[in-house]
Design a protein around this ligand. Structure first.
Ligand SMILES: [Zn+2]
Length: 458
């Protein structure tokens, strides 16, 4: 049965690429209201594709922002339920002059399809839809209960996603979520992502005098908010960049040992890393293992921007009345965003020099880190399916960035999320000339077919 489905997909490959191109022609930029028509067209495209894949229930559900597309396959009694997640929105195409072909005119070159959103997430998302269609056409129907939840606000921070999942929780009930979003880490190394860091953001403002002052008349006597702020910020790390805030990571849990294993076997080249980001190589050069550990397993406190006084051309002899810093922290399992922010606030209040006032604002609710249960059956199935197709058992890797959906699915559905995407992190998503390797689009169809078949056998 799986063979018939795989053969059907191979035979339909050219048509599948045309369908992907049609999807990519729709300019579905969620963050910019000027693309409203493209957003609606993309939601309808997804809904129509799901209908044509034989899913009996397909709905565009309003969320207050851009809608989600919800689909439910035929009931298959006694079989597990998989919820497929993806998103139909894309990043803005700017800067347009850096594209070698227009972002919404999909163009094939050297086995790659170039278009905005093709790698993140239109190509990877279309794969399970096409696979469902193949099961319906030649596979005797889907082998398990399959649902889809496709959102339209992933690229603008999913502001309505939490509420949408909460209100649809009964209909979304599932055993496991399989995300068609989230890229493979490296083109040369099969991997499956099992952990991501959380996020806490805050903005800190120090106030000195009630107005900016002349540095000749008041210099030496008046409080300088930039000086106070930078002195305070300098106490947050040691010279190696380790965070020195009491209670910052005291609740952090130890990482999944498999990730440590992946770090050891990943052969991450530290020198090349610094070259690629355009930074001087530090001396002594840290090991690649140390860098990956820092990117994946250690919480951070980063200054994202700092402002105060005059930063325009030339000179202005001013003593700034106030100065601000934007701070974000990437969190590991066990750290709570609010507790982390409170620890930082307590530290800053303690080191605030006298004669100054301090304001601290939280930016958004924050996100806890994500970590997949290493014993989740679907995770082993993902690895079993990918191993023969990619030529090696995938490494269980983490990522430094934050994936809020995993926490949302865990919270409302009690379900873990496995990542099963066929985009690769070097495919310039979020940048000009985004592309998808068509070999992975083809491979993904075989992989999804086998994945659904195998999960059905649990
Ligand atoms: Zn994405």
């Amino acid at each position: 049965m799986t063979k018939a489905v795989e053969d059907y997909l191979v035979a339909g490959y050219d048509a599948a690429v045309e369908e992907l191109k049609a999807f990519c022609r729709l300019p579905s930029v969620s963050t910019d209201a000027a693309y409203g028509a493209g957003m609606r067209a993309a939601a309808e495209f997804v809904a129509d594709a799901l209908v044509r894949s034989g899913l009996p229930t397909v709905e565009i559900v309003e969320t207050g922002g851009h809608p989600v597309v919800l689909a439910e396959g035929p009931k298959v009694p006694g079989k597990p339920t998989v919820l497929v997640y993806g998103h139909y929105d894309v990043q803005p195409p700017d800067p347009l002059d850096k594209w070698t072909s227009p972002p919404f005119e999909p163009t094939i070159l050297d086995g790659r399809l170039y278009a905005r959103g093709v790698s993140d997430d239109k190509g990877p998302l279309l794969i399970p839809i096409l696979v469902s269609r193949a099961f319906a056409e030649v596979g005797g129907g889907l082998p398990l209960n399959l649902k889809f939840l496709i959102e339209g606000e992933e690229e603008s921070g999913s502001p309505n996603f939490d509420r949408a999942v909460e209100s649809l929780r009964d209909r979304l009930a599932c055993d496991v979520v399989v995300s068609a979003d989230g890229a493979m880490w490296r083109p040369d190394l099969p991997s499956v992502m099992v952990a991501g860091r959380g996020l806490a953001a805050l903005e800190v403002t120090v106030h000195g005098a009630s107005k900016d002052l002349h540095s000749g008349r008041h210099g030496g006597s008046a409080p300088n908010a930039v000086r106070a702020l930078t002195q305070m910020l300098a106490t947050l790390h040691d010279a190696e960049g380790n965070v020195l805030v009491d209670g910052f990571a005291s609740t952090a849990l130890p990482p999944d040992p498999a990730i440590g294993e992946a770090i050891r076997s990943a052969r991450f080249d530290a020198g090349r890393y610094f070259d690629e980001i355009g930074a001087e190589r530090p001396a002594p050069l840290p090991s690649g293992k140390d860098l990956l550990t820092r990117q994946w397993l250690i919480p951070t406190l980063e200054f994202n921007g700092i402002s105060g006084g005059y930063a325009g051309p030339g000179t202005k002899t001013v003593i700034p009345a106030s100065a601000s810093a934007k701070i974000t922290c990437r969190l590991v399992r066990g750290q709570e965003p609010d507790a982390v922010r409170e620890a930082i606030a307590t530290h800053l209040r303690r080191v605030l020099p006298s004669g100054y006032r301090l304001d601290i604002h939280n930016s958004g609710p924050g996100t806890v880190a994500f970590g997949l249960d290493p014993d989740l059956p679907a995770l082993a199935i993902v690895e079993d399916v990918l191993e023969p197709l990619l030529g090696a058992r995938p490494l269980r890797v983490a990522m430094g960035a934050t994936i809020p959906i995993c926490g949302v699915f865990e919270k409302y559905l009690g379900a873990g999320t496995v990542f099963f995407s066929f985009s690769t992190s070097d495919e310039d998503y979020h940048a000009p000339n985004e592309f998808l390797r068509l070999s992975n689009f083809r491979l993904g169809m075989t992989a999804w077919t086998r994945l659904l078949k195998r999960i059905a056998e649990i």
